[in-house]
Design a protein around this ligand. Structure first.
Ligand code: NCD
Length: 308
């Protein structure tokens, strides 16, 4: 049974299969719109969001639940008055049955989970993790490919990109998959993730060469340079625009490959790419609602009481 969803590293293959089969059923319209009637979700977002927040809220409403929210938790919750996250959680858990939390500090969801009586779902914690994005990314990948002969290349700000971290943790459950990390050296994947991949015997490579990497990959996972994680604008601009997928990339890419992106994009995928059938980032975002519905169903799915 699912409880708090804090890190992608908490999932095993069996749980993933359950989540994905539930999401597939939902995608084909097979769910009851009253499943979560009477349940309340609190969305507590201390950082901006479009997809994650709205797809969580949509998921809850589609299942018959309701949503309470603060417009911008950093500005409009009591955090602006100096309240700690712990205290906020101790209050919000008595108003809701599940809390979806996005916070600017890595590790915030882990802390929140220690104080919460209701499940905490990490919707992004600083440059830490974004486990539910990774679930929808995996669901999207598995809807196109099997794990056999699969090379996935991840591009961009791999140091700060929390979707990259979580997706890599999930992918490490499948040792057949090969990974290529494309980034400037200063924005390489964190050392603890690297050690994790090594321990799991995952074949991976780090490089700065975009074209060579996308040429041999089935999944090209592009990401944004995480502007908000840089100390100065100058630091950010050093990397902004370094890796762009455009019409020329489409010529290099295999016919059967796909281009993914957690979105929002800034300039790292040119608009001309959008109409190419290999560009699946909008479909990927749409899968977010099915995955989040599946997670909510499984989260509230109490085991049947044992017969006496
Ligand atoms: C991502 C995030 O917030 O980490 N967005 C999302 O949730 N889809 C990616 C990003 O902001 O670059």
């Amino acid at each position: 049974m699912l409880r708090h969803i804090v890190s992608a590293s908490q999932f095993d293959k069996k749980t993933l299969e359950k989540i994905f089969s539930t999401a597939s059923k939902i995608k084909s319209g097979n769910y009851s719109p009253k499943t979560l009637s009477g349940k309340i979700m609190a969305t507590l977002f201390y950082e901006p969001s479009t997809r994650t927040r709205l797809s969580f809220e949509s998921a809850m409403l589609r299942l018959g639940g309701t949503v309470i929210s603060t417009e911008d938790a950093k500005l409009f919750s009591s955090a602006a008055k100096g309240e700690t996250l712990e205290d906020t959680i101790r209050i919000v858990h008595s108003y809701s049955d599940v809390i979806v939390l996005r916070h600017f500090d890595s590790g915030a969801s882990e802390i929140a989970s220690k104080y919460s009586r209701v499940p905490i779902i990490n919707a992004g914690d600083g440059n830490g993790e974004h486990p539910t994005q990774a679930l929808l990314d995996m669901f999207t990948i598995f809807s196109k490919f099997t794990t056999k002969n699969l090379t996935i290349c991840m591009i961009g700000d791999l140091a700060n990109g929390r979707t990259i971290h979580s997706l890599s943790y999930l992918l490490s459950l499948y040792p057949q998959i090969k990974l290529i990390f494309v980034s400037p050296k200063a924005l390489a994947i964190p050392i603890d993730l690297k050690n994790h991949l090594k321990a799991k015997k995952i074949e991976f490579r780090e490089t700065e060469d975009l074209n060579k990497s996308i040429k041999i990959s089935e999944v090209v996972y592009q990401t944004r340079i995480q502007k908000e994680r840089f100390k100065t604008k100058k630091d950010y601009l050093k990397y902004f625009g370094k890796y762009i997928l455009d019409e020329s990339s489409l010529k290099i890419l295999k016919k059967s490959s796909v281009i993914m992106h957690p979105l929002p994009r800034v300039n790292e995928i040119s608009k001309e790419v959008d109409t190419d059938p290999r560009a699946i980032y909008f479909e990927e975002a749409q899968n977010g609602v099915y995955i989040r519905m599946a997670l909510l169903i499984l989260l509230f799915d109490k085991p049947h009481p044992k017969p006496r």
